[in-house]
Write a protein that binds this ligand. Structure first.
Ligand code: IMP
Length: 424
């Protein structure tokens, strides 16, 4: 019988811990597919005492036999991609036999990265806080119909296409008063692109159609988070792709009516890296305490993440936009030992109370909090403390979907399945 594709994505501003959940539930799936974003993402997995950070490669690579597919919606920087492969090789993981790359995925050129930096510099104080991996300019070329795709690596006129695009970028860089990219960086990129061509390039929409018809279990893995979505995030402080569930359809070529369960990942609190509005941000000692306890520093850029209390209107919005059927709550242990845990249940927007995410949260939005008793130390073997159960019950009541997985630490083993619902 034909199977459905499940989707797992971030319900906040990214960095929710998606990589860990994918890794934990990967054994239930035969295919794990990334559908958007690129090396701006950093999915951290920790097991047996080793830390692994993945940027473009799906998080199923550490489970033997799982096929890992990089979908058409992803943008690939060949240099970073190969570094990732090398790091996996060094860790004794040969992913080549199980790694598939869509021919329709777009390529990030060195000049895309230069344009990203130039555009951010030009914005000055209004900068997005981009990871500077060339994501925005690459998606701009995709929608502008100028992009270079993985499939172009197989064409005899690859160099002509590359040169046309590079020249266009050089003209734009000159407009910003910036130089082009030096010959060495270009040679390194071309070398990496040739190696990328040697991987298994596929027409991934057909591959997935076939896999689903054969009843294979497929999981679509999102990057970044709902509030960074190009349409529904806190624009313009967003990334340049659709991070939401609908992005899994366009980013993989799987029709919406073939989507099954949608799992939203969120942290027991909120973080945001880069610029942009963040109503529950804590700019005091409590924020610092959460940052330290949660090691809230970017896995891609090393930047300190801004921290704040859990925002229920925002989480509810994510549940609505994505059709989330179940939630996974990460990093509950980071709030261990607090006497009181605050939770934002609504906003006052220009004096009027609402539980709805407004169009603009940049100014005039005051978070309204409910205080809840904290829990002590957590031990995954023991039943979860009553105070933590009450915290989760409050969240479930507000957003209308169950929390089926709780993470109590970075290791695979520090995970509690509630109600067993992630095991479909
Ligand atoms: P870009 O996607 O690199 O252009 O960055 C745009 C915005 O999204 C910036 O605020 C970044 O900090 C943020 N961002 C991009 N990727 C991630 C991610 O994987 N986790 C968290 N924030 C991200």
């Amino acid at each position: 019988m034909a199977a459905r594709m499940d989707v797992l994505l971030g319900a906040q501003w990214g960095d929710e811990g998606k990589g860990k959940v994918v890794d934990v539930i990967a054994p239930q799936y035969e295919v794990i597919a990334r559908f958007q974003g690129g090396p701006n993402a950093g999915h951290t997995l920790i097991f047996e005492g080793h830390k692994h950070v993945l940027h473009t490669i799906p998080s199923g690579v550490f489970r033997e036999g799982t096929i890992n597919l990089v979908g058409n919606g992803v943008v690939i920087d060949p240099i970073i991609f190969l570094k990732e492969l090398k790091a996996l090789d060094d860790a004794g993981v040969d992913v080549r036999p199980t790694l598939l790359v869509s021919r329709r995925a777009h390529l990030i050129l060195p000049t895309h990265r230069a344009l990203d930096a130039a555009s951010e510099a030009e914005k000055g104080k209004a900068k997005i806080g981009s990871t500077l991996k060339g994501i925005g300019p690459t998606y701009m070329d995709k929608t502008g119909r100028n992009g270079l795709r993985v499939g172009d690596l197989e064409r005899h006129d690859l160099m002509d296409r590359y040169t046309v695009l590079k020249r266009k970028h050089e003209r734009l860089l000159a407009m910003y008063g910036q130089p082009g990219v030096d010959a060495q960086a270009e040679a390194e990129w071309l070398d990496a692109a040739r190696t990328l061509r040697e991987l298994q390039l596929v027409d991934s929409e057909h591959y997935l159609d076939q896999a689903l018809r054969q009843g294979k279990r497929v999981l679509a893995e999102g990057a970044q988070g709902t509030l960074l979505d190009i349409d529904f995030g806190t624009y313009p402080f967003v990334t340049s792709s659709n991070t939401i569930c609908a992005g899994a359809s366009t980013g993989l070529g799987v029709a919406p009516n073939r989507i099954g369960a949608v799992t939203g990942i969120f942290k027991a609190y909120c973080t945001r890296v880069g610029s942009g509005p963040f109503p529950t941000e804590l700019e005091d000692d409590m924020g610092e305490q959460i940052r330290k306890a949660g090691h809230e520093f970017g896995s891609t850029t090393g930047r300190a993440r801004r921290c704040g209390w859990l925002d229920l209107p925002a989480l509810h919005y994510a549940v609505m936009i994505n059709g989330i059927t179940e939630l996974a709550m990460m990093k509950a242990d980071v709030l261990n030992g607090l006497d009181t845990v605050r939770i934002c249940t609504g906003y006052k927007v220009n004096g009027t109370y609402t539980e709805r995410m407004p169009y603009d949260i940049t100014t005039g939005v005051e978070p309204m909090y409910e205080d809840m008793p904290g829990w002590g130390e957590l031990h995954h073997e023991a039943p979860l403390p009553a105070a933590l159960e009450r915290y989760m019950a409050r969240i479930e009541q507000a957003v209308g979907v169950p929390i089926t997985l709780v993470s109590l630490g970075p290791d695979r083993a520090q995970t509690v399945l509630r109600k067993g619902a992630l095991v479909h």
